[in-house]
Design a protein around this ligand. Structure first.
Ligand SMILES: O=C(O)C[C@@H](Cc1ccccc1)C(=O)SCC(=O)c1ccccc1
Ligand SMILES: [Zn+2]
Length: 168
């Protein structure tokens, strides 16, 4: 089933997620629902924090036709000191906001897969950026936290105005 996505400035987006202790059927059900929610949004990634489940689970699918869902449970990123490059980011929890964020363009990730098996991968480009964006969510961080205070306060005012209009 599709889950509802928390929207900034909801304070629950600031929660630090707990590690998964056992990759069981309830975690697999959560992953299935997160993948469905990501496709429906649509988005290229989704962290469990965004659907108000505070467990260290994230899903990513960069394919054009939603055919390659990747699952990372208890992800750990190793980010080598490397040149940061700006890339435009969006966030399903901050609709309508797209800003450049400078991040390292390659990461090594260690995680558990859908069956609880450990794996390790190197990624670069958009996958590296998306992994950092999603792991930030699990640590209660949002991509707008990397912007200037001025930009962040403008975004907060604009989003809260949109939410008031939607509510009225
Ligand atoms: O909020 C999220 O975590 C999802 C976010 C992931 C992300 C996007 C861009 C850079 C880093 C991380 C999104 O998917 S926003 C929507 C989006 O970028 C997109 C939507 C449809 C097609 C292609 C991209
Ligand atoms: Zn996001």
């Amino acid at each position: 089933m599709t889950l509802s996505i928390l929207e900034f400035p909801d304070p629950r987006l600031r929660t630090v997620a707990e590690p998964v202790t056992s990759v069981d059927d309830s975690i697999r059900r959560l992953v299935d629902d997160m993948i469905e929610t990501m496709y429906e949004a649509p988005g290229i990634g989704l962290a469990a924090t965004q659907v108000n489940v505070h467990r260290r689970v994230l899903v990513i699918d960069l394919s054009e036709d939603q055919s390659n869902p990747r699952v990372f449970i208890n992800p750990e990123l190793e980010i080598p000191e490397s040149e940061k490059e700006p890339m435009q980011e969006g966030c399903l929890s901050i609709p309508g906001v797209y800003e450049d964020v400078s991040r390292p363009q390659s990461v090594r990730v260690r995680a558990l897969d859908y069956h609880g098996e450990p794996f390790e991968e190197e990624h670069s480009g958009l996958m590296a950026v998306c992994l950092q964006h999603e792991v930030d969510h699990l640590n209660g961080k949002l991509f707008i936290d990397y912007l200037s205070q001025l930009k962040r306060s403008r975004i907060r005012r604009r989003v809260e105005k949109q939410q008031r209009q939607k509510a009225s």
